[in-house]
Design a protein around this ligand. Structure first.
Ligand code: NAP
Length: 646
């Protein structure tokens, strides 16, 4: 069978190929040429990328060089076509590393190479699948006897379903929504789109030629998860519009009783040998307790519960909160409403991304579909700049002066670049500049990607940005601390999520009657973010300490976590254990190390006043402080010594 990433054969004419090549990423194209021709000399000459930056997919090549590369490519591609598009021969490891380094213009350390190769799947093999290897020893009957409940059918719950199907383990996914996608099902607000490049923000084992935008909008993302779910046969295993209310461990039976409530209120109980929580961190809306909130007489709703029955046209809208969600909402609605007032407590750092709203042109789609491994190298091109570099840049230099402004030299440099991007858009409007340039170290909160639409919106006559704190609401106004009444007809709360209240509001009761949220309090913690002492056979995906603030993608993290969970299930099933839970001392040490590491990073820095990453003590238990390559390595294989088996 042909390697699925080798591209589908084609008979496209020279003229059409030349047309397609006008669109594509030239450095990515040139690596595909090496596969097609088997000739590494193609990348050993003068034509090469000059540098690397997130979303800079042309490697800063000059127009002349790009034109020369296209002419070369046309000859190689036409020859490949005329030879009938044969499947390219495998490339040896040394050349692959050379190709990686050529593309990203810097050394790729050896420790990263296996992770990158697995992520790229150049051999056509899904290296994180469980179907062939680890379950070979467990009899099919033992697996069938091991039902699992997965809570949630977002990207991680769906992934769990895919892997459990591969493993032959029966499972039920319980999902409170009526369809898959989680955050991409719920966030239907105008302008909702992903800000991690889609050709990387998708499962590693799925082709990437279908995206219509480089940063897809919500409907396309939701449709993606729906399609993957249907294609992979997960759909019959899901109970829709059903919420898990409680999960209780039965020590005598070594099972979980998972109590569910359907949309009509009917409650029932599922028995499972293991539970996988895949509920995410950004699910339950946070609406701040502003005085007089209940008195507001107009329409009011949260960004993740958008009320599409409310027509905003001709209305005065107050947008309370402008983080990642508000930042997308304001440009999307400003044109329609009569007046928009944005209430923003803290200004946001942002950096330029010219591709942010761009459609994937037909040339790129053709290349993704037909040119061998183009999509795979493009994935790596997106992955690499966000892989651990942001973490290094987030490190606090304790000796750096004026830490309210920047926490290190590189952080100061980042501040200058970001500030230049912001101020270049506001022109002479110093009043606006004062409002939109943040007064805390760059990247201290989640950094946003911008194509100019946010500041363009703020400079409209019918849009105001209010930075004065909100004091209270009246039936028809938001009243700020200076006494100003901002009259509005509709309030949109883009005020984020209860990120620290993991698994809220369900009740999870473990061994000896332990309550999970009681145990966690404001310091949720799990070994590797996955398993919790006292909660046997209970596994978290996107659990405590696994959110990412400096790059990567949660889908990558989920694939790591699910491989680890599958390894745990393998131990339980093949060795016929009743239960497993992480050792308390191992977990304590993990938490101690994670917290010590986190305290060296900007997200926990005292200069960051308001951040959903922090608890009320200013500690960060939601984020991962670790390099992706470390987390990948630590979750590859389960160390049984970390666990108590019963
Ligand atoms: P958020 O980043 O937590 O932003 C919430 C906004 O509400 C902030 O402006 C915050 O101000 C404000 N706020 C909260 N409580 C307030 C209070 N008591 N008084 C005044 N203002 C208050 O929430 P979000 O925008 O929904 O984004 C959450 C996360 O979702 C993001 O970090 C990201 O991970 C994800 N997301 C991703 C995308 C994407 O991929 N494009 C889009 C949307 C969301 P402060 O900043 O002062 O706290």
């Amino acid at each position: 069978m042909r390697n699925p990433h080798a591209g589908q054969p084609f008979t496209t004419s020279d003229v059409e190929i030349a047309e397609a090549l006008l669109d594509v990423s030239i450095p990515t194209l040139m690596l595909s040429l090496v596969h097609m021709s088997g000739d590494p000399a193609l990348i050993r000459g003068a034509l090469r990328p000059a540098g690397l930056f997130l979303n800079e997919v042309q490697g800063y090549m000059s127009e002349d060089d790009k034109a020369a590369a296209r002419a070369l490519a046309l000859r190689v591609i036409a020859d490949y076509r005329d030879r009938g598009c044969p499947e390219p021969a495998p490339v040896d490891g040394a050349l692959l590393k050379e190709m990686m380094e050529w593309l990203v213009c810097e050394p790729v350390p050896d420790e990263y190479v296996p992770m990158v190769l697995e992520e790229m799947e150049l051999d056509g093999t899904d290296g994180r699948a469980v179907r062939d290897g680890p379950y070979a020893d467990a009899s099919a009957a033992a697996r069938r006897d091991f039902p699992v409940v997965v809570i949630g059918c977002g990207e991680s719950g769906l992934l769990a379903g895919i892997r459990l199907l591969e493993a032959g383990i029966p499972f039920t996914i319980v999902e409170k929504n009526a369809g898959p996608g989680g955050t991409w099902y719920q966030n239907t607000y105008p302008g909702a789109r992903v800000d991690v490049g889609n050709h990387f923000y998708c499962y590693s084992f799925e082709p990437t030629d279908q995206w219509t935008h480089f940063f897809a909008e919500q409907p396309e993302l939701q449709a993606y998860f729906q399609r993957v779910m249907d294609d992979r046969g997960v759909t019959p295993h899901v109970r829709w519009q059903t919420e898990v209310v409680a999960a209780t461990w039965d020590e005598a039976a070594a099972t979980w009783d998972v109590r569910t409530r359907a949309a009509d209120g009917t409650e029932s109980t599922l028995r499972a040998r293991a539970v996988i929580s895949a509920v995410g961190q950004l699910d339950r809306p946070h609406i701040p307790p502003i005085d007089g909130r209940e008195s507001f007489a107009g329409n009011a709703f949260h960004s993740a519960r958008w009320d599409h029955s409310v027509d905003l046209r001709g209305r005065r809208v107050g947008l309370i909160g402008a983080g990642a969600s508000g930042f997308q909402i304001a440009p999307a609605i400003a044109e329609d409403v009569e007046h928009l007032t944005v209430f923003q407590r803290t200004a946001q750092w942002m950096f330029p991304n010219p591709n942010y709203h761009e459609a994937v042109g037909p040339g790129v789609q053709w290349a993704l579909r037909h040119l061998p491994f183009y999509g795979r190298w493009y994935r790596f091109l997106l992955f690499w700049p966000g892989c651990d570099k942001g973490l290094a840049a987030a490190r606090v230099d304790p000796d750096y002066p004026d830490q309210q402004r920047a926490v290190s030299e590189i952080n100061e440099l980042t501040r200058l670049v970001f500030t230049e991007w912001i101020t270049s858009q506001v022109g002479d409007d110093t009043e606006l500049a004062d409002k939109v340039v943040p007064d805390y170290p760059a990247t201290g909160k989640r950094t946003l990607q911008d194509n100019g639409s946010w500041l363009k919106t703020l400079t409209r006559d019918d849009v105001d940005l209010v930075r004065t704190p909100i004091d209270h609401l009246t039936p028809d106004a938001v009243v700020t601390a200076d006494g100003t009444h901002h009259h509005v007809d509709v309030i949109v709360y883009a005020t984020g999520f209860r990120a620290g209240d993991l698994l809220w509001p369900m009740t999870v009761t473990g061994r000896d009657g332990r309550d999970l949220r009681g145990q966690w309090g404001e310091r949720p913690a799990a070994h590797l973010g996955i398993t919790v002492p006292g909660f046997p056979n209970f596994f978290c995906m996107y659990g405590p300490g696994t959110n990412l603030a400096s790059g990567g993608s949660l889908i990558f993290h989920s694939e790591c976590q699910m491989r680890y969970i599958a390894g745990c299930l393998e131990h339980l099933i093949t060795d016929n254990h009743r239960s497993m839970e992480p050792r308390q001392d191992v977990t304590d040490e993990w938490v101690r190390r994670s917290q010590a590491e986190m305290r060296t990073l900007v997200w926990a820095h005292p200069s960051i006043e308001h951040s959903f990453y922090k608890n009320s003590h200013g500690e960060v238990y939601t984020l991962s402080p670790w390099r992706l390559v470390d987390y990948w390595a630590w979750t590859r294989v389960v160390d049984p010594d970390d666990f108590v088996f019963r």
